[in-house]
Design a protein. Sequence first.
Length: 444
Amino acid sequence: MKSIYVIFMILYLDLIAFTIILPLFPSIIEFYDNKEQTSTTKDGSLRQIHDCMEWFKTTLGMPDRRRYNNVLVGGILGSIFSLLQFICSPTIGFLSDVLGRKKVLVFSMLGTLTSYFIWWKSETFTLFLVSRIVGGLLKGSVTIATTMMSDVTNKENRGKGMAFIGLGFSLGFITGPMIGAYFVSKAKVDTLTHAFALPAQVAMVIQLVALLATVFLLDETIGEKKEFDVKALISKIWSYTNPISLLWGGKSSGKSSKTLHQFTIINFIYLLIFSGLEFTLTFVTHERFNFTSMQQGKLFLFAGIIMMLVQGGYVRRMKHRNEKKIAIQGMFAMIPAMITIAFASTVRYTYIALALYSFGAGTVVPCLTALFSQHSENINSGENIGIFRSAGALARAIAPFVTCTLYWSLGSVSCYLIGAGLFILPLFLLSRVSVESEEEKKSK
């Protein structure tokens, strides 16, 4: 149990640092956009993005959607970060099987710390973009923490272990956004660039504490390591970063490869829909209600508290073999949540929708991860979970750009109604997956 709590604590600290920036995104992008329009010195990367949007609008004969331009810029940033996560997740998972979980986790945290330092120094949009690229390439803490939790739990209590991972996410989403919003609101400076320096510094300090805890408190959890083979590593990286091979090649290792592949596909489709809508939520509230960073932080606080209650009081206590049932409940809750957000004209209705959304967010991914890890052989768990998370990262890489493009071209109402209808697909696929163990199948 000690290892479970240490892993939980490290992941929680890491996620606090990671989520500090979330409620600040609309304001950060708005700042760089205003600076681009008023400054005589143009930022090359932001200028190119705006030029592409104008070309796209003119080519398709679309109406002027300039007020949604920042939403699309945010979607591009989100897609770049997740695309890099998609590339590095299987590599990090494979290296943790070979070199050990702890060593790879320490290296990853050092990379994340570097990305926060660059954010701190980001006087231009280009430098801010560099910070997101470095973070996307080197952040592997969630993949490794999930794998380590799988190492220290057995199949009977793995669902509870994954609930701790989910609880870490919930607490991180409660604490981090409020910290970011608080320090921005208290900044006594005129320029927003300097106002964002303090949250970046706080993220660095918290990440450093997580790094020190990893070095001095965390024990290595892997017993049997794989032999290092450069050719095998290159082959697997190519295989698992090739979307066609990853999603349709059925490459997961172990006896239950078919079942693992089914869960990978379901996770991909669910996150493709969910993460895009999740990413645009702060832009919806900024557009409709002119939410400040502090109000955005309170939004994350509300969602995080509900997710924490769901994961700590419901998911953590679920019985073995109930993971599929709870995941289905969570997916179903997403449909009325997105419909309500689509038509929410008041803050009250937005919070009602957010309550349903938070139930789904707090149940689906932890339960799918638990189901996946239960069917994965221990010696390949780092690689397999890396594949599982890589597919999720691919979905998160595609989703922000696609959803924000939909938002930009059709508006928020149509965007969320389409998303609500699409949740039927992963719900249907999960309902048809058999989660019986090999022993249960043989006994029939």
